[in-house]
Design a binder for this molecule. Structure first.
Ligand SMILES: [Zn+2]
Length: 147
């Protein structure tokens, strides 16, 4: 088995199943008077969207903002300076370490692959503005991931 897949940037917990089809995370949904933590499954393939909430009876509409977290260490994947975005560590098929940034608002389609070593965005999928993704390497480079 290769090490390919998604990992928590803070504790290195593996977030993908063996076949790297899904990314499994905790999702915190909250409103003014409630907060609930539920398991989420997102497609692992870059550019595929449609997160699934694994909680019977809970229906989410586009626009819902999920705070994705690590099931092992509870680290929030939300970027402190870009509240609509989440970032995960990704090891690609060649074993390269990347950061995958995605929009955490349900119905929004945006994924960016960032290489911290080279300090640049390698790939953008979906429909996010260019200025936003252009600032990602600098933003991610400034973050302290370890908890
Ligand atoms: Zn973690």
């Amino acid at each position: 088995m290769s090490d390919q897949g998604y990992f928590c940037p803070a504790c290195d917990h593996r977030l993908t199943d063996e076949r790297v089809r899904h990314v499994r995370m905790k999702g915190v949904l909250s409103g003014e008077h409630f907060s609930v933590t539920v398991p989420f499954e997102l497609p692992a393939k870059l550019g595929e969207y449609g997160g699934e909430c694994k909680y019977p009876g809970l229906v989410l509409a586009p626009g819902a903002r999920v705070d994705f977290r690590c099931p092992a260490c509870d680290h929030s994947f939300t970027l402190p300076e870009k509240h609509n975005l989440s970032a995960l560590k990704w090891i690609d098929a060649e074993g390269n370490e990347r950061q995958v940034v995605f929009n955490r608002v349900l119905g929004r389609r945006m994924t960016a692959v960032v290489c911290l070593e080279q300090g640049r965005v390698l790939e953008v999928l979906g429909d996010e503005e260019e200025e936003l993704t252009a600032s990602l390497p600098e933003l991610l480079g400034r973050m302290t991931w370890r908890v």
